[in-house]
Design a protein around this ligand. Structure first.
Ligand code: BEZ
Ligand code: FE
Length: 293
């Protein structure tokens, strides 16, 4: 029997209407809407590309291999979304900040939930490898008032471009991670080492795709932050080294103008010794402005 919404037999011309018409009784309106858009755009792409049967099978095998790579520890589909710019697009749509508030960027796969809370000024570099760096700034509201009790969860790659979780047994656990809480002045500061650019995991399907597209897998050097304060939107962001060779070609499109920090080289033996650094060091100052909830 043909239901009222059936559009007849499938043809190349009416493919979208026939398929989306089948969803007329969908109970979830949001799902129905999303599938209508996705079907329309997907059919449009197929009609424009006109894949051969072999090419379509290759595409299906690419997705199959991508799924097979996913484990508790690895999410190749998120990586695919990252390199297609979709993660940043979803982030942008969901984090339209009021003017003056700090911008967000991708979370990435290397955050760990249980990093230790440390006293302000602590050195998060536990293996003392790399160039010393001191990072400081304030957490403010959009009217410039300091936020007390803001919690900053920070993490970064080491001087060779690896996170601790990628080098278990080589780097100490929680190397280059820490949680800091601001006092009444909204200030934060901690010590670390200058991060290095690094490749996103590129030994899977996403890495192969990047290679085939003539793209490199690198992210420019950055520090990750999640900043929380009561009554404010949580901010997931980075600060970037503007002098990094990959600053204009981040593999996951995470760089924004406002996230470029200034990395200054300081040669001041007195300050170095006060910071317990052996010699010249890097200094980064960056304020974060949280949007009201
Ligand atoms: C990161 O910055 O940790 C990251 C983000 C997206 C993909 C891979 C890594
Ligand atoms: Fe990162």
């Amino acid at each position: 029997m043909t239901a009222a919404h059936e559009k007849g037999f499938f043809t190349e011309e009416n493919s979208v209407e026939v398929v989306t018409g089948r969803n007329a009784d969908a109970r979830n309106e949001r799902l129905k809407f999303a599938m209508e858009v996705i079907t329309r755009k997907l059919h449009e792409a197929v009609k424009e590309i006109e894949p051969t049967q072999d090419e379509w099978f290759e595409a299906i095998m690419f997705l199959t291999r991508t799924g097979h790579l996913c484990t508790e520890w690895r999410q190749e589909f998120i990586l695919l979304s990252d390199v297609l710019g979709v993660s940043m697009l979803v982030d942008a749509i969901n984090n339209r900040k009021p003017s003056g508030a700090s911008e967000s960027t991708v979370l990435g796969p290397f955050h760990v939930a249980d990093a230790p809370e440390l006293p302000m000024g602590a050195n998060i570099c536990l293996d003392h490898k790399g160039e010393d760096m001191v990072i400081s700034g304030r957490v403010l509201d959009t009217r410039g008032r300091p936020l007390a009790d803001a919690v900053l969860d920070v993490w970064q790659a080491n001087d060779e471009g690896f996170y601790d979780v990628q080098q278990k047994g080589i780097q100490p656990d929680f190397n280059l991670r820490g949680v800091f809480r601001t006092g009444p002045d909204g200030r934060y500061w901690f010590r670390a080492v200058k991060p290095k650019y690094y490749p996103i995991p590129d030994d899977g399907t996403v890495g192969k795709l990047l290679g085939a597209l003539g793209r490199h897998p690198y992210r420019p050097a950055h520090l990750h932050y999640i900043i929380r304060a009561d009554g404010f939107e949580t901010l997931t962001t980075h600060i970037f080294d503007p002098d990094d060779p990959y600053i204009n070609s981040d593999a996951v499109f995470g760089v924004k103008e406002s996230l470029l920090a200034e990395f200054r080289k300081v040669d001041d033996p007195k300050r170095a010794s006060a910071l317990e650094f052996a010699g010249p060091f890097w200094e980064v100052e960056h304020d974060f402005v949280l949007a009201p909830e």
